[in-house]
Design a protein around this ligand. Structure first.
Ligand code: PBG
Ligand code: ZN
Length: 345
């Protein structure tokens, strides 16, 4: 055994620091002065879930503060969002009827179509972004139409998405946001919109969407869990980064006006790479699972929800995102405005 002999530690000759970056961290005023990035209310987009009927407002169990709502109630939330300075909402529909052909996606009276029309009528300045995918409308919950072997038929799905985009745009959507990850869909959608004279309707494509565990609560919110199988044949594999750049460049070449990376927190390296590669606006989606994790930890008192949320969102900006889609949009906007959230939210 080693014998430990206590000896006094001699005074060290410590060189003074060559630089003192701490000088700029001394006070809130200094930190504010030198802050490199900031989240603006204008950067935020709030997702909203629309169901048929009226007077419906049902909280999603795994997403506290997020609701499935009928059009009348949804318009009120959108009004609150706009009053806080938020520029746009992203609509997801839960139709009354689902079938193999996703036919409700093309229904002029479908939930998203009705919501888009109502929002344009009541709040014409607010940007309406319509998510475009088959999975909320198919009985099997897959993001595309299936062939006879129950595999996704990419090219038949393109025709559906193209028609869906036209239907949503005619209803009032300013932007369509294809989230399906089929190959060639941006070109198909652009072509269909242009053929109908809908040149000014923009496409924000989910160019880089990973097959992620962080969409779990969304599938409860949108009733869109696949009845069998998973989304790995179309969504990207988490180990891949170069491929993300390829997907983003493809979508821009096909006519995407803005591209999106999803999820956010575990993919900020991807946000950075895509930011370096493309010149169009870049959005990042802070997903349902990311939101639920934050809410759950905060509810247990394990995290300071406001600080943790602000940290996540500014990291998205630091990584290069222009636009942040987040379920916390109104709470964050209220804070940025120095106001309390409006009642009921
Ligand atoms: C539909 C779609 C999903 C999300 C947005 N659009 C779910 C999925 O692909 O399974 C996820 C949103 C979220 O988790 O907040 N294709
Ligand atoms: Zn889908």
């Amino acid at each position: 055994m080693r014998r430990v002999v206590p000896v006094p530690v001699p005074d060290a000759d410590v060189p003074t620091p060559l630089e003192r970056p701490r000088r700029l961290r001394r006070s809130g005023a200094l930190r504010g002065l030198v802050a490199e990035h900031a989240v603006r209310v204008e950067d935020l987009i709030e997702p909203l879930f629309v169901v048929p009927g009226s007077g419906v407002r049902a909280e999603i169990a795994s997403m506290p503060g997020v609701y499935q709502q009928s059009v009348d109630r949804l318009v009120e939330d959108a009004r609150d969002a706009q009053a806080l300075g938020i520029r746009g909402v992203l609509l997801f529909g839960i139709p009354a009827h689902k079938d193999e052909d996703a036919s409700s996606l093309l229904d002029p009276n479908g939930p998203v179509q009705r919501a888009a029309a109502a929002l344009k009528r009541e709040l014409p300045e607010l940007l309406v972004i319509a998510d475009l995918c088959a999975c909320e409308y198919t009985s099997h919950g897959h993001c595309g139409l299936l062939d006879e072997n129950d595999e996704i038929d990419n090219d038949r799905t393109l025709a559906l998405l193209a028609k869906g985009a036209v239907s949503l745009a005619r209803a009032g959507a300013d932007i369509v946001a294809p989230s399906d990850m089929m190959d060639g869909r941006v070109r198909a959608i652009r072509h269909a919109l242009d053929a109908q004279g809908l040149h000014s309707v923009a496409i924000m494509s989910y160019a880089v969407k990973y097959a992620s565990a962080f969409y779990g609560p969304f599938r409860e919110a949108a009733n869109s869990t696949p009845a069998f199988g998973d989304r790995r044949t179309h969504q990207m594999d988490p180990p891949n980064a170069r491929e993300a750049v390829r997907e983003a460049l493809l979508d821009v070449a096909e006519g995407a006006d803005a591209v999106l990376v999803k999820p956010a927190v575990s993919y900020l390296d991807i946000v950075w790479r895509v930011r370096e590669a493309v010149n169009v606006p870049l959005a990042v989606y802070n997903t349902s699972g990311e939101y639920s994790m934050m809410k759950a930890a905060a509810a247990k008192g394990w995290l300071d929800e406001e600080r943790a949320t602000d940290e996540v969102l500014v990291s998205c900006k630091r990584a290069g995102a222009d636009i942040i889609i987040t379920y916390a949009a109104r709470a964050v906007a209220a804070r940025l405005n120095g106001r309390r959230p409006p009642s009921g939210s």
